[in-house]
Design a protein around this ligand. Structure first.
Ligand code: FBP
Length: 258
């Protein structure tokens, strides 16, 4: 099985909705606070996957879009070097219908070794079930001065490859030239862009996505820039055009504005 189930034309658009733990409901409005609303965006927007924590998967997942079960998570209430520990087993993820497991690693944190070790166990177990493994790799902590620098993002990508991830979800460096180095460093691990807070304009966001594709990334795994959008399905259509259908930036913008 592996990661192929998340691919379409060799590319992928994945909807992330694990923010309730990471940031709290502050990311949500009256609509997006309802998991059913986001589940519908995933389906109608033809996303190639949706990333959820187990509680949402248990109560809302309907099998319409391939599931990535996020196996760890932390709040932003605790300060200092981050650590995010496993809260769900691979076996339980399988029972919920997951086709991949996701896990966040914070390289640079004084606790990185805990996450490396835990991810290592999860990765081996996932292999037994034929599940894909996606690593959210976010350099973070006191020692990390610039988490989107060319070197730091490439380092994150490489860590994902070396620890056995099929795909790495990493932050964008800001331009395709520097991001290309991250893609190269990721080797055979596929590269997905992580979105970040809602971009100042939709054009800027689409430009970032185009940069990722131009640099050799296979797509994205994003949340806020989709379900915080006034018309999430339009944004989904534009992303699909850009990433899956290989349309130009202008065409994607046109779809969004049209
Ligand atoms: P966004 O596209 O909304 O940034 O989502 C990507 C994501 O990795 C989520 O999966 C996760 O909940 C969140 O970002 C983590 O955010 P932070 O970078 O603040 O830890």
């Amino acid at each position: 099985m592996g990661f192929d189930i998340f691919l379409e034309n060799g590319r992928s658009i994945i909807l992330a909705y694990d923010h309730g733990i990471e940031h709290g409901p502050t990311d949500f409005n009256e609509k997006s606070v309802d998991p059913a609303f986001v589940m519908e965006i995933a389906e109608k927007g033809k996303f190639n996957g949706i990333a959820l924590q187990k509680g949402l998967a248990e109560k809302y997942y309907n099998g319409k879009v391939p599931l990535i079960l996020k196996l760890n998570g932390k709040t932003n209430i605790v300060k200092g070097d981050p650590v995010s520990r496993q809260n769900c087993s691979v076996e339980y993820a399988v029972s919920l219908g997951a086709k991949a497991v996701g896990y966040t690693i914070y390289p640079g944190s004084i606790h990185e070794n805990i996450m490396f070790q835990e991810f290592g166990r999860i990765q081996e177990e996932a292999r037994k079930y034929g599940l894909a493994v996606i690593a959210w790799v976010y350099p973070r902590g006191e020692a990390v001065k610039d988490d989107t620098s060319k070197e730091m993002v490439a380092y994150a990508a490489r860590i994902g490859l070396e620890l056995g991830a099929d795909a790495v979800k990493i932050k964008y460096t800001g331009d395709p030239n520097t991001f290309r180095w991250a893609v190269k460093s990721a080797g055979k691990a596929k590269v997905l862009m992580s979105g970040g807070p809602k971009a100042p304009t939709e054009e800027i966001f689409l430009q970032q996505v185009k940069g990722v594709i131009d640099a050799g990334g296979i797509g994205l795994a994003v949340g806020r820039n989709v379900w915080q959008h006034e018309e999430p399905l339009k944004m989904a259509k534009a992303l699909r055009a850009l990433v899956i259908e290989g349309k130009s930036l202008d065409e994607a913008v046109h779809i969004l504005k049209g």
